[in-house]
Design a protein around this ligand. Sequence first.
Ligand SMILES: O=C[C@H](O)COP(=O)(O)O
Length: 250
Amino acid sequence: MARKKIIAGNWKMNKTPSEAVALVNELKPLVANEDVDVVFCVPAIDIIPAMEAAKGSNINIGAENMYFEESGAYTGEIAPNMLTDAGVKYVVIGHSERREYFAETDETVNKKVLKAFEHGITPIICCGESLTQRKQGIYIDWIRMQIKIAFQNVTADQAKGAVIAYEPIWAIGTGETATSDQAEEVCAAIRACIKEVYDEATAEAIRIQYGGSVNAGNAAELFSKPDIDGGLVGGASLKADFGKIVCYNK
Ligand SMILES: O=C[C@H](O)COP(=O)(O)O
C-alpha cells in the first residue's frame, strides 16, 4: 500500500504573527504538491493568522505542543479544544526539545497522544536517541521503548492515523544529517515495533517521518527510502527552501 508522504515544518520559537503571515504567503505557491500532505507547525500565537493566510492553499496549520487536560488552572498551556476550534488538525508531541527543556517524559507524551486522538487531532509523535546512545549501540532499544510507551492504550485504528517522527537528537539543528541508510534502519525498526504491538495493517498504514537537518539537497534521497514517509523539518522550513523539500519529487 502506498502511503502518502507527509512533510511538516516545525517553526519552533521563530516568527511573530506578522512574520508568520509573510512566510505562509511566500511559501504558498512553492509547496503545491498534491502527492504530499503539507503541514506547518507554528507557535500557538501564530496559528490563527497563519490559518487565515493559508486559506485556499494545500497548507495545513498545526501546533507545536498541546496540554493533556481539557481546561483549567494550567497557566501558559494550550488546550486541545483551543486547537480544534482554530481548525488545527496536527500537533507535534514529545519533541526532544520539549523533553530536554520542559521536562516532558514518555508518560506525558502518552497522555498527550491519547488526548489528541480524543479530539480528532493527528499527533506527530517524536522519538530519537542521543549521540551517546547511538555510540553505545542501544538506540533501537531506546526508540522501541519510547514508541511502546507513547502508544499505550492507543487503539489500532487510532495508530493507523498517527505520524511518528524519528529525530536523532545529534542531527537536530547541527547540519549533521543521518545518512539515508541510518534513518531507514531506525524507521524500519519503528515500523516493525508497531507491527509487534498491533498488526501488519497498522504498521503498513502508519506514517514515519525523518527529522534532523533535512534540507533541499538531501530530502529526495531520504524520502526515497521505503520506510521514510516524509520529514519533520526545522531550520529549512523557515525559508523558501522548504518549497524544494516539499517538491522533492518534481
Ligand atoms: O522538528 C524538527 C527537527 O527538530 C529538526 O530540526 P532541523 O531541521 O533544524 O535539524
